[in-house]
Design a protein around this ligand. Structure first.
Ligand code: ZN
Length: 243
């Protein structure tokens, strides 16, 4: 089976469409949360995921958008976008978001999905080797896919020497599945690694390979939509810079 692995769409419909169009054939979609927040098209992104029957987690922004997390936990721009998102989400989409979990175990594939980290599925940023090391003992499957940092990254755990090797995921590389692996496909709707293109990965459960990829999208379209929705102008600049 081939899986389109995505995360952190953040209501960026133009980026989400570009990923769906660019992705090679796949049998399923796994989305690691933060479907909404920051971006101007929350309902459209949620509806598309629902139509596609995507396995979807909840993220900290999704939880805030449905009122489960207070807005004070977020910085100014994020908070403004979330306050707006709360006012526009339809009851159906709100209910669908509320039914998502922040972690999901897929026994048949030996995979743990989390939004942020195995030990703190909603908030912790796996942003260095120390944090990755502390999280390897917190999941029992060979693989764990996570999002939240918006950084395409993999941490391999080699049992022999107990070393963790971090990798920046680069386009068109294949990663054999290590004895234990933590992997973030990057963000669809708000990349933060200096590359403004939308990030995703294709996971082949039979070949045991994970191929990261990037695709350019119509950033100006999303920027116009941000301004039309009266969201903070800083969110416009951020998309073009990929930060
Ligand atoms: Zn996010």
């Amino acid at each position: 089976m081939r899986v389109l692995l995505i995360s952190d769409i953040h209501a960026n419909l133009s980026a989400f469409h570009a990923v769906l169009n660019a992705a090679p054939a796949y049998d399923a979609i796994w989305c690691l949360g933060d479907v909404v927040g920051y971006g101007p098209k929350p309902n459209e992104c949620v509806s598309r995921l629902r139509e596609l029957n995507a396995v979807t987690l909840t993220g900290n922004h999704d939880q805030a958008a449905i009122g489960n997390v207070a807005l004070e936990h977020f910085r100014e721009n994020a908070r403004a976008a979330l306050a707006w998102t709360r006012t526009v989400l339809t009851p159906e989409n709100r209910a669908w978001l509320a039914a998502r979990q922040a972690t999901q175990l897929l026994y048949e594939f030996g995979i743990t999905l989390v939004h942020a980290s195995p030990r703190d599925p909603l908030w912790e940023y796996i942003e260095n080797v120390r944090i990755a090391r502390e999280n390897f003992s917190r999941f029992d499957t060979p693989l764990c896919f996570y999002g939240h940092t918006h950084q395409p990254t993999a941490f391999h755990f080699r049992q022999e020497d107990r070393v963790i090797a971090p990798n920046s995921l680069r386009a068109n590389l294949e990663y054999a599945v290590a004895p234990k692996l933590l992997l973030n496909p990057g963000s669809v709707g708000q990349p933060r690694d200096g590359d403004p293109r939308a990030a995703f990965a294709i996971y082949d459960t039979d070949a045991h390979s994970i191929m990261p990829a990037r695709v350019a999208y119509d950033i100006q379209q999303t920027q116009r939509e941000i301004l039309q929705a009266n969201l903070p102008a800083q969110l416009v600049a951020r998309l073009a810079a990929g930060e």
